[in-house]
Design a binder for this molecule. Sequence first.
Ligand SMILES: CC(C)(COP(=O)(O)OP(=O)(O)OC[C@H]1O[C@@H](n2cnc3c(N)ncnc32)[C@H](O)[C@@H]1OP(=O)(O)O)[C@@H](O)C(=O)NCCC(=O)NCCS
Length: 326
Amino acid sequence: MSTVRITPVDPTDREALLAWNTLLGEGFNAGREAAWWASDETTLARFADPKPARRSVLLVASIDGERVGAAGAEVDPGDPAEVEISVLPAHRRRGVGTALAAAVREALAGHAEIVQAETYSEAGVAFSLAQGLRLGNQEHRMLRDLPLDPAAAHPAPSAAGPGITVRTWRGACPEELLEDWARLNTQMEADVPMGDLTRPAPRSDVEALRRTERRMDAQGWTLVRALAYDAGLAVGYTEILVSRHDPEIITQDDTLVDRAHRGRGIGRALKLANLENLAGVPELARARWIQTYTALDNAPMLALNRSLGFREADVLSILEGELPPA
Ligand SMILES: CC(C)(COP(=O)(O)OP(=O)(O)OC[C@H]1O[C@@H](n2cnc3c(N)ncnc32)[C@H](O)[C@@H]1OP(=O)(O)O)[C@@H](O)C(=O)NCCC(=O)NCCS
């Protein structure tokens, strides 16, 4: 049997970086509907300005000179490493994934204690379990077709109680809202359902938020945001992400309503206001879907998303395991 050869990719080599990204995406998204993958521009921007102290691992697997699979891993000090491994469908079940996983483990030794891997397929779950990982969390990926049909988007009145106001904007957070935005983002980091996964350290201080906004803008992301206030107190937020490079799939990201204020229609009011806010983004004209992720057991959010026209597309499984010490 031909042997699998694993070679590292130099992220400063533009052509090699883009070929690696394409190969990784082809294997990862094979057979999926409306699946997002980072464009060339996004990938170049991401590696042109790497986060300080982040370790990135980029690998390609070949058999007899033919490229058949790829792996990527990233870790910030103290956090779990995020690993992606993919093999082109025609070359699966020949040990390529296993060889890539071994090379990733070796490259991460001493840089991470925990690894996490995301997959949308039964093969990916079975493979990760075979690698010694455990299932940590699962979420529905929900899709809503675009363009938005305003008539269909309002199945029920937006019944947030009296005193609730929603502020929306696009791009960096206005200075006067920053403290509220940071506080609710920190709360989200602590509250978001993560199953049995290790929670990364919170990092939504004002300075970190500004850094992230700058970095996302440089990578071509438009941030579409809304904050809800109850009698002057910030009680919830939501955020949509639009890639200016590839806006075909838009992501409805975090939505949080403070526990004490749930069940009053604030989540719906936030999402509806932010969909209206989204209508002002020029790239919306090129968008075909909006996607969002909801934990399998988050009944209130599943119901809200369905009422806004989202349907379940596939299931994201996140698996986790320990790396042996270096
Ligand atoms: C998951 C993936 C990388 C596996 O690649 P691969 O080269 O086929 O994996 P291997 O041949 O090394 O398989 C190793 C073991 O994983 C398990 N496995 C892999 N695919 C499986 C499948 N379809 N069904 C059941 N078990 C499977 C088996 O235990 C297999 O050992 P075996 O072939 O001796 O039974 C590939 O299917 C893929 O690219 N999927 C899409 C991306 C993805 O989900 N990545 C995983 C998360 S990072």
